[in-house]
Design a protein around this ligand. Structure first.
Ligand code: ATP
Ligand code: MG
Length: 537
């Protein structure tokens, strides 16, 4: 809770304003009823002038109350939605810090659920929790003092009433609802993950006739989630019933106690004041069950903010120009199993170095280490003779082009998909890169050419077309150090030949690490290494 409150700091001025308006507004609301009580007394004493004045005051106070209520709510919601935007920003920044090592194995659907619904739920905390608590405390102290001016025992009774309604009931109801809030947040995360997974695995599901099974699983998850929500709503309902009954009990107790202690006038004023003053505490009482849900969401958000990255970005180092790379006695494991053992390799400038090896031997892993996607625990990776951890991350990424085994295409036009490799690329540069990657003619054959939108998962394109777009990106990026992971695995020999020729023609000033199982591709390499049991041979 303190962490969540800490995030309000940049907007604390608005928060104080909301609290002040809330207190005055609630005092006005209570004053209307209490003045009504005084009006009754004036009527009994036949004071018509005072009655008229009271009537005018009540009208003015009612108007002020309306305005303040609006302003308080506007202020609170301004704070809440501004904060949600700030928190989203922080979460995105945290996700960027965590990429790619920490996010690789994470449940993407669960992350989406944190970014969307969990952050959204914090609105309850920022708009309906912090300032109402402050308002309730100050307001209750003021009302207790006022009632105490009639008799001290009545002040005590008022205090007990507020503590029961505002603290005891919410606490008990929160205890009774158990950890249903936390469970429902986690379930909602799992449901998103499952739906996302199902969408991704659509073809496998269809091919193996698993559609029914998956939809039954989704149904079961939805039912479990709705059962939890039903339980929370039941708790809320019970909570409201108990709160209202307890309020009635205290109102009646006040009526009899004040009648016995203060006479008619004191009794009327004290009872009316108490009756009209439960608004702020009831607002707290109704928070009980939802607050748990909110804190569960808050925890999930804070967990992401607190997660430490495996690889920290390096900033502010002097730039280096690329002149060869090397791995020196590198030992690396993702978890327990060692993938690379004491591995050393030198990649001289302007050479094409081929790497082969059986599937799972760690070829892609080595390329990721050259990209500094993971931290090397033993040994070192050198670029231009300098440890990769001492090179400015931006500088490093500018020096390298990495074509992965799976080219991801964003849901955008082909042109924009290519442009991420070089934001200020001219159309001519894009066309030249596509020609090199043997994809230009294909793009022109599409209905809108370079402006054709490709689907989210690149489903509208074949594996080979996607691979060539990945290569076109690398050619466009035009970095001196090219890391190509199976760049020709999905290509026919004709396209492979075009790409190998392009690589060969543009090799001046380029250093290339080429991972491939294909002999024909390895043909253009100056030297070929084989990874076996984590070592080079
Ligand atoms: P292929 O020829 O099939 O592409 P590869 O030589 O490129 O294989 P890598 O992708 O480097 O193999 O993987 C080496 C090993 O590390 C594999 O056993 C793989 O299961 C494991 N591995 C890869 N990525 C991770 C990861 N993020 N977390 C844990 N293990 C991983
Ligand atoms: Mg691989």
């Amino acid at each position: 809770m303190l962490r969540l409150i800490g995030l309000v700091k940049p907007l604390s001025g608005y928060m104080i304003l909301a609290i002040v308006m809330g207190i005055i507004g609630n005092l006005c609301a209570a004053a209307i009823t209490v003045l009504g009580g005084y009006a009754v007394l004036q009527i009994l004493q036949h004071e018509s002038l005072a009655l008229n004045i009271l009537f005018c005051i009540v009208v003015i106070i009612a108007l002020i109350r309306g305005l303040l209520r609006y302003a308080e709510q506007a202020c609170n919601h301004f704070i809440a939605f501004k904060l949600l935007a700030l928190i989203r920003d922080k979460v995105f920044a945290a996700l960027r810090r965590l990429c790619p090592a920490k996010l690789g194995g994470k449940d993407k659907g669960d992350l989406i659920s944190v970014i969307t619904s969990d952050i959204e739920l914090l609105e309850v905390f920022y708009a309906h929790t912090i300032s109402p608590i402050c308002i309730a405390i100050v307001f209750c102290i003021m009302v207790t003092t006022f009632i105490g001016s009639q008799h001290w025992a009545l002040a005590l009774l008022t205090l007990v009433a507020y503590v029961t309604v505002g603290i005891a009931i919410p606490l008990v109801s929160s205890k009774l609802s158990g950890d249903v809030g936390i469970r429902s947040r986690n379930k909602s995360g799992h449901l998103s993950a499952f739906v996302l997974d199902s969408l991704r695995g659509m073809s496998e599901t269809l091919q193996y006739g698993q559609g029914k099974k998956r939809s039954v699983e989704i149904d079961a998850m939805t039912d479990a989630l709705s059962r939890d929500e039903e339980r929370m709503k039941r708790v809320t309902g019970r909570n409201t019933a108990v709160t209202n009954t307890v309020i009635l009990f205290f109102d009646l107790t006040m009526l009899f106690a004040s009648a016995a202690l203060c006479g008619f006038e004191g009794c009327l004023i004290a009872t009316l004041t108490l009756m009209s003053s439960f608004g702020p505490v009831v607002a707290l009482a109704s928070l009980g069950p939802t607050l748990q849900n909110t804190f569960a969401a808050g925890n999930r958000v804070i967990d992401i903010l607190d997660e430490t990255p495996i690889v920290e970005d390096v900033d502010g180092r002097t730039k280096v120009a690329f002149s060869g790379a090397a791995a020196k006695k590198v030992t690396f494991a993702y978890d327990e199993d060692t993938i690379l053992k004491d591995l050393s390799i030198t990649i001289p400038e302007n050479q094409i170095v081929g790497i082969t090896g059986r599937s799972g031997s760690g070829k892609s892993t080595l390329l990721k280490l050259f990209m500094r996607f993971w931290q090397v625990p033993q040994g070192e990776i050198l670029i231009t003779g300098r440890n990769i951890d001492d090179i400015d991350t931006k500088n490093l990424r500018d020096m390298e082009s990495f074509v992965t085994q799976e080219t991801h295409l964003f849901h955008d036009s082909i042109r924009n998909n290519l442009r991420i490799a070089k934001l200020d690329a001219t159309d001519d540069e894009i066309v030249a890169a596509c020609k090199k990657a043997s994809i230009h003619d294909f793009i022109l054959s599409l209905p809108q050419g370079y402006d054709t939108t490709v689907g989210e998962l690149g489903e509208t394109l074949s594996g080979g077309e996607r691979q060539r777009l990945g290569l076109a990106r690398a050619f466009l990026h035009d970095a001196p150090f090219l890391l190509l992971d199976e760049p020709t695995s999905n290509l026919d020999s004709l396209n492979e030949a075009v790409i190998l020729r392009s690589l060969h023609e543009s090799r001046s000033g380029k250093t290339v690490v080429l991972v491939s199982h294909r002999k024909s591709t390895m043909g253009i390499a100056d030297q070929v290494y084989n990874v076996e049991h984590g070592r080079m041979s």
